[in-house]
Design a protein around this ligand. Structure first.
Ligand code: SF4
Ligand code: SF4
Length: 166
């Protein structure tokens, strides 16, 4: 195999001027200061505004008596493209189905929102929450109890009649 060499030339002084770079940066800063449309969100001091269709950590809706709304139909684990929902369904004496195990691995989830779209009883939702940092991978697997105790707002599904949801 032929060996090739590349000659690297030292850049001209006019191309490496710090003063020029600093002035260029200040020009951009000034431009953004004068443009009222651009804002800097002072996170975390000021609460972050998320778009109503922003998709983050899940939550499971509950009945008034504290039971999960999920009826263990199996649709969400079937449709989930990341295969990150684990469901073990059960049935009570009256024949009502319920989840014995319901887990979502938020680390594998791609937040597509399909579980929310497909759920026939509007039990599982993606939500407007992103402050879910953890120190271990295991903590990202949310069990049913943890999903039921999430209290952040749920995400608005896409509506073709209002495509931007503004
Ligand atoms: S948001 Fe998408 S990837 Fe995440 S659990 Fe739901 S269906 Fe699976
Ligand atoms: S689609 Fe809804 S009801 Fe069916 S298993 Fe998932 S969360 Fe439960």
């Amino acid at each position: 195999m032929a060996i090739t060499t590349t000659l690297v030339t030292r850049p001209e002084i006019k191309d490496t001027s710090y003063l020029r770079a600093a002035l260029k940066g200040m020009k951009i800063t000034l431009k953004h200061m004068l443009n009222p449309k651009k804002i800097t969100q002072q996170y975390p001091e000021v609460e972050t505004r998320l778009h109503p269709r922003w998709r983050g950590t899940h939550r499971m809706e509950v009945h008034e008596d504290g039971r999960p709304k999920c009826v263990a139909c199996g649709l969400c684990p079937t449709v989930c493209p990341a295969n990150c929902i684990r469901l073990v369904g059960g049935e009570d004496d009256q024949g009502n189905r319920y989840p014995i195990v319901y887990e979502i691995d938020e680390f594998r989830c791609i937040f597509c929102g399909m579980c929310q779209e497909v759920c026939p009883v509007e039990a599982i939702h993606v939500g407007q929450d992103f402050e879910n940092a953890e120190y271990s991978r295991e903590r990202f697997v949310y069990d049913l109890d943890r999903l039921m105790h999430q209290d952040h707002p749920t995400t608005l599904l896409w509506d073709p009649s209002d495509p931007t949801s503004e």
